[in-house]
Design a protein around this ligand. Sequence first.
Ligand code: NAP
Length: 284
Amino acid sequence: MKQNYVTLNDGNHIPQFGLGVYQISGDEATKQACLEALNLGYRHIDTAHAYQNERGVGEAVKESGIPRNEIWITSKLWPSEYGEGKSAVAIEKMLDRLDTDYIDLLLLHQQFGDYSGAWKDMERAVVQGKVKSIGLSNFESERLEELVEAANIKPSVLQVECHPYYQQNALKQRLAPYGTAIESWYPIGHGDNELLNEPIFTELAQKYGKTNVQVILRWHMQEGIIVFPKSTNPQHLKENISIFDFGLTDKEMALIRTLDKGVRFFNMTLAEQEQNLGKFIPAD
Ligand SMILES: NC(=O)c1ccc[n+]([C@@H]2O[C@H](COP(=O)([O-])OP(=O)(O)OC[C@H]3O[C@@H](n4cnc5c(N)ncnc54)[C@H](OP(=O)(O)O)[C@@H]3O)[C@@H](O)[C@H]2O)c1
C-alpha cells in the first residue's frame, strides 16, 4: 500500500496517514484493530496513556512481524505526569507499556500543569534516543507560544481538532514560524452525520467512485495535514486507507475550504477541561 510521508521540522519522516485508537476499549480490542490495520498497510498508530490501551498497541506491533522501524508509534503524557524528573519516569513506564525501545513521537496531551518541566524531560529523552520526535496536543491558547519560545527543540507537531468544518487556518499561521505540522483529531468529525453527508462530498464521491469519508480524508492529505481516523470496523479500516489512488483538483480543494464554519464537535471550555483532568488517574 502506497503511503505519503511528511518531513517534520526535526527531519524525521512521519507517515501522513494512520490509525487512531481513542475509545477502543481495552488492550485486546486495540491489538485486533491495530493488527487488522497493519495488515492493510497502515504504518502509524496514535495512542495515549489516557486511552489505556498502549499495551495492546505494543503487542500488535510485535505480533505483526513488521520491523519496528517501519511503524510509527505516537503516544501522549497526561498532565498528572508532567514535571521535571517526573516525566522522565513516566516515559520509562510508557516504553515498558508499549514494549519498545523508543517512541517515535511523544506529545503533551493537554495544556495544563507543569508542561514546561515535562518538555525539558522530553528534550532529554530525545537526546538519549528514547524518543525520536516531540510535540504538543491541544495547546491552542497563549500557552502555545509560551512553551514554544522557551523550547530548545521546537514542537514537531500540534495535534488539534481539525476537519472541514474547523480548518484551523489561524493556528496554521501561528505555527508557520516554527515549522510545526498540524495533526488532526476528529478528522471525520468523530463520525458526524451532517459533516459526512455534505452534498459536496457526495458529489465528489460519485465522480471518483469513492465514499464521502474517503473524499474528506483525501482533502486532509492534500492540505498536508497528518490524519489517523479511528475505526474497529474492518470495512472502514480498508476504506479509510484506500485514498492514495485519486486526487482532488485545485477547484475541488477550494470548494471544500468554503465549508470552514468554525464548528467544533468538542466544546468544553478550558476551565471545564481542567476540572475534568482528574477523571483519568493514570496507573502504570
Ligand atoms: N489529542 C487529543 O486530545 C485527541 C482527541 C480526540 C482524538 N484524538 C486522536 O484522533 C483519532 C481520531 O479521532 P476520533 O477517533 O475521535 O474521531 P474520527 O476518526 O473523526 O471518527 C471516528 C468515528 O468515525 C467512524 N468511522 C471511521 N471510519 C468510518 C468510515 N469509513 N465510514 C463511516 N464511519 C467511520 C468510527 O466508527 P467505527 O469504529 O465503527 O468505524 C468512529 O465512530 C483518535 O483515535 C485519537 O488517536 C486525539
